[in-house]
Design a protein around this ligand. Sequence first.
Ligand SMILES: Cc1ncc(COP(=O)(O)O)c(C=O)c1O
Length: 369
Amino acid sequence: MLTWQTINTHVMITTAQLHLDKVTLTKKSRLADQDVNKVPFGKVFTDHIFVAEYEDGKWIKSYIEPYGNAPMSYAVSALHYGQTIFEGMKAFRTVKDETVLFRPQENFHRLNKSAIRMAMPEVPEEIFMGGLVELLKIDKDWIPTDEFGSLYIRPFIIATDEAIGVRPAETYKFVIIMAPAGKYYSEPLKVLIESSYFRSVEGGVGFVKNGGNYGRSLYPTILAQKKGYQQVIWTDSKTHQYVEESGTMNLMFVIGNKVITPGLEDTILAGITRDTVLKLARLWGYDVEERKVSIKEVIEAHENGTLKEAFGTGTAATIAHIQTIGYKDHDYQLPPIEERKFSPKVDDTLRAIRKGKIEDTFGWMEKVC
Ligand SMILES: Cc1ncc(COP(=O)(O)O)c(C=O)c1O
């Protein structure tokens, strides 16, 4: 039986039971060849993966096997028509040597939200959670131990019909792969407000995590990088007057004593880190505003000295400080990180909660038993 529970209360919030059809362990672990505290992000994967297969309207089997290449045809529909969705989440090793997950229920629900929008089958909780827990139990030694380390977890669903023709596939695979990760950005970011291209559109798919959203973002990002910026700030597709997200992160500003972030519309991904940061902001007495944020407002706040902080939030980086915002051939410099009060405190607090160094009053961490 697979169980997982909150650390503080030890209340069993679900008992995910999964019958694995097969577990094949690797003959030789690659762990000894790695320093998991030093590997580059997203390039080294743990020894095992979890797979569940969908066919004839149901999830038919699930198994764990050594990480390796996928046995599939070049005709599979995911490659041609983009029926592919994913999640990004993290496991941590606490100071007490426990394996913990950060808000995994949120990723489970968001994956299924993406599945519905992309006409793909939802994954039952026992497969998502049960598969994840089993995989973590086997590969837990891959979780970095250092302060900034975590195990990045990538659950995804792909359409696997071997057929050309645009229609929802009839067969799918739900897969979980995992990669040790360290600090994501070492320097504060220089970002460019994008005024020609857009990431998402009303009535589109910006609020879900399908592969196409990311593919389309690359070209404008390369153009920004050629101008010396690391990332873009996406704006609304109709007027390009309102900021939406930055790269693959939600976007926040501290203006005066307010934490301000674009409200959740169907063009914006409902980030789990975003929600976490806003909960901490409210706890610490900040005024929080979730609403449309215009470029004009941000620039005016910069000019009158009230723009204290700008940063992106996301699972990979947690907090990515923004140092410079470029807009129409002008670079706006923000206060140095050392002068910022809110986002560094969020970063430190979340790291301490995840490592089990301070109490998790929100019940965000789930212990993998
Ligand atoms: C487009 C986009 N926005 C925001 C986020 C941040 O979401 P989260 O905090 O859940 O990682 C992500 C990452 O998943 C993303 O891809």
